[in-house]
Design a protein around this ligand. Structure first.
Ligand code: ADP
Length: 498
């Protein structure tokens, strides 16, 4: 082993989104919070992102241009600028190339996404080798957009001093999105067609390559966002074709449950909710509920359990079960409020329910962060019957806001929500096991029964949920342990004191 040294381990996060610069889902939340916590836990941390034109001007104007060079992409060299902005104590670096990242509208969904994120991944490697402040011990990649970093690093940069000892950890936030492209990319963009090992590990089926498959083969550690999802990924039902690799690499696979930003999501200070409350003084939650019922055109009745749902309207979220059970739930006096956007058929179905169920059901088909805050604050119950859920943030937020989650016990939902045990009183929510609409509705109505008839028990459960610890501290410590396992020669600089 190399001589032991005592210094902060240097970690570079590579990702395609981070709050507050850009967010389309949970990944943005994670990269907005985790690096800061890992820094506090005792590492030297930097984050590298694409410089999208839709990053708010208020951030762009403060970015400092620190380097520029050309990135080799197969037969051509492509311009890359590196800009820096320190935010909340963390150094963020932005990869600038207007051809790739100056686009109208969304950050994903373009015909050349495969090339855009191959460029980004190569630019990350190039920056690590050329920009001294981006030298690191560990590069922590996230999802398919950065999946080629470990492939490029091993194939093109291993002879460069500053890259030779860099270890790679790749976190799978959702295995459904893998980055699959025609194999012509190997010669046209990636420049890997003459390297048999790389070709072999990137090929997924005839004429198709798979970026995530590359990362799963080349990374030193594969992480995912909950322990249960780490087990599930090894099964064909959840693995989306990658399960044989997850099984083969089980020794390198770790599951670390995400946390939430407990400052941004704090009902005692939240500026977006009409009345603040906390676990000790939850009474104002009733007024949040009344005001949301009024806002959404729902009956203003405190005795109606208000069930909220916030999230993408896609099949992953188990919406078929909710659609199937809707009339049964409505006939039992449950109120449902749903906020989300997604697949057209799901949006139409919930808009239809909104129109037929009058003051019992409301659907808001939009992305509205402030309304999301009001919904968590008002809800008695959060419904999340996901088919699969790598971690899930909505249930963590809901617990903090005293909306008890009713979840299917899969992935991070299983790891974060303790189902109510009527004999011991334990629990922070309610759980069911099978993808079955009647089982979901039974579970939800059991929860309503406690809400209606056993107020003391309900309040006790709510207290338990609101005081559960879902801060990032635990996850940050776990990641830091993983980084140090990859570099046993670096003695841990500090240990968290609390
Ligand atoms: P996923 O990452 O699968 O989309 P998560 O539950 O992990 O789901 O994270 C979703 C995040 O996005 C949560 O913070 C949730 O509150 C937020 N969110 C999802 N849809 C909406 C919406 N329509 N309006 C506001 N916030 C939303």
């Amino acid at each position: 082993m190399a001589d032991r040294v005592r210094r902060k381990i240097r970690v570079l996060f590579a990702a395609s989104e981070a709050v507050p610069f850009i967010k389309t889902g949970g990944l943005g939340d994670v990269i907005g919070s985790l690096p800061r916590e890992i820094k506090q836990a005792g590492a030297k941390v930097a984050v590298i992102l694409p410089k999208y034109s839709c990053i708010p001007e208020s951030y762009q104007k403060d970015m400092e241009h620190i380097a520029e060079f050309y990135v080799p992409l197969a037969w051509r060299n492509v311009y890359c600028g590196i800009e820096r902005l320190t935010f909340d104590g963390v150094d963020f670096y932005f990869v600038d190339n207007e051809d790739y990242f100056k686009r109208d509208g969304s950050i994903y969904g373009y015909f050349d996404d495969g090339e855009r994120f191959a460029f980004f991944s190569k630019a990350v490697c190039e920056a690590m080798s050329r920009v001294p402040e981006l030298n690191c011990d560990v590069v922590h990649c996230n999802d398919w957009q950065t999946a080629l970093v470990p492939v490029f690093l091993r194939e093109f940069y291993r002879d460069i001093d500053t890259c030779a000892d860099v270890k790679v950890i790749f976190t799978v936030h959702n295995v459904k999105f893998q980055g699959q492209y025609p194999d012509t990319m190997l010669s046209n963009v990636l420049g890997l067609s003459d390297i048999p090992a790389a070709v072999d590990q990137l090929y997924s089926s005839s004429e198709t390559i798979n970026y995530m498959k590359g990362a799963l083969c080349y990374s030193d550690i594969i992480a995912t966002v909950s322990p249960t999802y780490a087990s599930e990924l090894q099964m064909p039902f959840f693995g989306e074709g990658m399960d044989p690799i997850f099984r083969r690499r089980a020794d390198a696979l770790v599951g670390i449950l995400n946390g939430i930003d407990t400052v941004a999501w704090d009902p005692s200070t939240d500026p977006y909710i009409p009345c603040n409350f906390d676990a000790k003084n939850p009474d104002a939650k009733a007024e949040c509920k009344r005001l949301l019922q009024e806002e959404l055109g729902l009956a203003q009745d405190p005795e109606r359990p208000l069930v909220v749902m916030v999230g993408r309207l896609t099949n992953q979220k188990g919406l078929g079960l909710v659609r199937y059970s809707m009339s049964r739930l409505m006939s039992r006096g449950v109120q449902i409020a749903i906020l989300g956007t997604g697949d057209g058929d799901q949006e139409e179905a919930f808009s239809y329910f909104d129109s037929v169920y009058g003051d019992k059901m409301a659907a808001r088909i939009t992305f509205d962060n402030e309304l999301a805050h009001r919904m968590y604050a008002a809800g008695d119950i959060l419904l999340m019957p996901s088919e699969f859920e790598p971690c899930g943030l909505a249930q963590l937020i809901a617990m903090r806001y005293g909306a008890l989650p009713v979840v299917r016990q899969t992935g991070g939902l299983k790891d974060s929500v303790t189902p109510y045990n009527k004999f011991t009183g334990e629990g922070t929510g309610f759980g069911f096991i099978n993808m079955n609409a009647d089982e979901m509705a039974d579970c939800l109505l059991d929860a309503c029964e406690v809400f209606w008839t056993e107020k003391d028990k309900w309040n006790q459960l709510r207290w338990q949920a609101m005081t559960a610890d879902f801060s990032w501290k635990r996850a940050a410590d776990d990641y830091l342990d993983v980084y140090h396992r990859l570099h046993p020669e670096i003695i841990r600089f500090t240990k968290r004191r609390d």
